[in-house]
Ligand binder design. Structure first.
Ligand code: FES
Length: 265
């Protein structure tokens, strides 16, 4: 009697679940975010520590504005004296940059951008993230993101200060004038003002907790203006980020004599 060999166990090959069914170039946005933000962080850190070439009359770099230490020879607002950590002098930029930095870092839009770019959480819509579980912003340190509205209040004076520096940029050694740097400083102040006003917290400040707009016409008008800007918050966020870096670079190039500032009058 012949016996047949038992059949070999069959292996079910489960196809690997695709990370996404998207076929478009969804990856370019997170990659671009990482490249641009990394470049900005590197440039900002260099500027904050280098502590020179940030002023050439009448231009002050926005990354050192307001310049409040005794090292700022061009200003009378020497509120903070000389700052040292050991042998190292703390640059005026290090005293003020934490405020706009906290504002950008906790911004609702940037959070989305850098969560996607740096943490792939998730990399894009309809693309699976590599993390096993999602804890959101429920624990330290991401819990601190909820302080955004307070960062907004702290950042609120900065566009006005920069606007004032832009107005002071008409004050050349020979008298009143206007150079390309004047225009750049003013445009930068306007862009930062637009970024601040387009903030979601600002929109809430203007129109939040209002049950009936017809009873608060002034707040309704403010809310409408801010909402118009708010719809463009992402674009304004990027343009104003480039604006700050390029304005600093321009002042720096003029201060070091690499560029000659063209004068309009
Ligand atoms: Fe982006 Fe407030 S600055 S949401």
């Amino acid at each position: 009697m012949t016996t047949t060999a038992p059949a070999a166990p069959t292996t079910t090959v489960t196809p690997r679940r695709p990370r996404t069914l998207r076929t478009d170039t969804w990856w370019w946005a997170p990659v671009l975010t990482v490249v641009v933000l990394t470049a900005f962080i590197a440039y900002g850190a260099w500027v904050a520590f280098i502590d020179r070439d940030y002023y050439v009359r009448p231009y002050l770099s926005p990354m050192y504005s307001p310049c409040l230490t005794a090292a700022c020879t061009h200003t009378t607002w020497k509120l903070f004296g000389h700052w040292h950590v050991g042998q190292l002098t703390v640059s005026p930029a290090l005293l003020i940059l934490p405020f706009p930095l906290a504002f950008r870092l906790t911004c609702y839009y940037y959070r989305k951008a850098y969560y996607r770019g740096f943490w792939l959480s998730p990399p894009a819509c309809a693309v699976a993230e590599p993390h096993g579980k999602y804890t959101g912003e429920t624990r330290f340190p991401l819990l601190l993101q909820n302080l955004h509205r307070y960062a907004f209040y702290l950042a609120l004076p900065f566009p006005l200060i920069l606007l004032w520096e832009g107005i002071k940029a008409f004050d050349f050694p020979g008298g009143v004038g206007m150079g390309l740097g004047t225009l750049i400083l003013l445009v930068n102040a306007v862009l930062l003002g637009a970024y601040t006003l387009s903030c979601h917290s600002c929109r809430h400040l203007c129109g939040g907790h209002v049950d009936t707009f017809s009873r608060s016409p002034a707040r309704y008008r403010m809310w409408k203006v801010v909402s118009t800007l708010n719809h463009r918050h992402m674009q304004i966020a990027w343009v104003s980020l480039f604006g700050v870096a390029l304005t600093d670079l321009y002042v720096r190039l003029v201060a070091t004599g690499t560029l000659t500032d063209p004068r309009f009058f």
